[in-house]
Design a protein around this ligand. Structure first.
Ligand code: SF4
Length: 293
């Protein structure tokens, strides 16, 4: 089978492209997403939230070709996993001369994810909360005006459906290509350039562009609710190709209304650390003082 744009062998089926045209397609989609949602302005100082995984490395790679970027990684303290992905990231940044900052949860918060995770319970929400908290603080210290993350279309579809299942539309109001408490003081805008790229496309792009990210699976992945939802959505996609795209399309139509309803009030500052949060004390301060459930 040949590429629909040239006579070279196709390496991807939908769309049917050869290596070079697939790379061009993927990068074009990322740049188009940045333009369409105005994710990055000319005057922005960009930090890329990097982990050494395929999505954030693809994001870092593409953005570094067009913008001046700094990589910021959080070491949550996950034994047998994070050290390997950070080694990949260090190698990647060194080869591209990208400045990399690594922040340790142990040093900053006095806790690692391993020390607070409970077997069988989802640790991903604790992990995500610590990571977002430290990313925001350190992006500000680096003078960043925007944090680009590697979230892809599959991640977003999963988050949307998880919030539906949990009856938590307030959380969905913070999703979208520009995410989080974007109106809050002290909050660095978070953007998702890979918003319309699927997990599969990102995987293939990493391989074809030679980004050198290995396959590493976090030991907590199987405990997570996200993992179950991922399986369900993948089944839907098999039965109805395009299901993931349709979740995203319909969500984007709903999100302005959700934001009106759920972000009408002023976001607060955490009474302990001063970081923006939705409640009186942020989840990370609760974790640090063992007040999380
Ligand atoms: Fe953190 Fe969960 Fe991702 Fe592991 S799978 S890095 S615990 S969010």
């Amino acid at each position: 089978m040949t590429c629909t744009k040239c006579k070279n062998p196709a390496v991807f089926l939908t769309p049917r492209y050869c290596k070079n045209h697939f790379i061009e397609y993927f990068e074009g989609k990322v740049l188009d997403t940045i333009r369409r949602y105005r994710l990055i302005k000319e005057e922005d100082r960009i930090v890329v939230a990097a982990s050494g995984g395929k999505d954030s490395t693809a994001c870092l790679h593409i953005l570094s070709k067009h913008y001046k970027v700094t990589a910021l990684a959080i070491d949550e303290g996950i034994r047998g996993y994070r050290a390997k992905t950070l080694a990949d990231l260090k190698r990647f940044c060194r080869s591209r001369r990208i400045k990399l900052h690594i922040v340790s949860c142990k040093k900053e918060l006095g806790k690692t994810l391993d020390s607070i995770a409970t077997k069988g319970k989802s640790s991903c929400s604790l992990c995500g909360a610590m990571r977002r908290h430290l990313l925001n603080i350190h992006a500000k210290r680096l003078g960043a005006t925007v944090i680009a993350t590697g979230h892809n279309m599959d991640d977003e579809a999963q988050s949307i459906m998880m919030n539906f299942f949990k009856n938590n539309l307030a959380m969905s109001a913070r999703l979208g290509p520009v995410s989080g408490l974007s109106q809050a003081r002290g909050f660095v805008r978070r953007v998702k350039p890979l918003y319309h790229c699927s997990e599969k496309e990102s995987y293939v792009y990493n391989h074809l562009a030679g980004l050198g990210t290995g396959f590493n699976e976090c030991p907590y992945t199987n405990d997570s609710f996200r993992n179950s939802v991922r399986g369900i959505i993948n089944e839907w996609e098999k039965i109805m190709p395009g299901a993931k795209k349709n979740i995203i399309r319909n969500f984007l139509k709903m999100v302005p209304k959700l934001r009106k309803i759920h972000q009408a009030g002023h976001p607060r500052a955490c009474a302990v650390c001063g970081e923006p949060c939705a409640e009186k004390i942020c989840i990370v301060c609760k974790i640090v003082t063992k007040r999380h459930a």
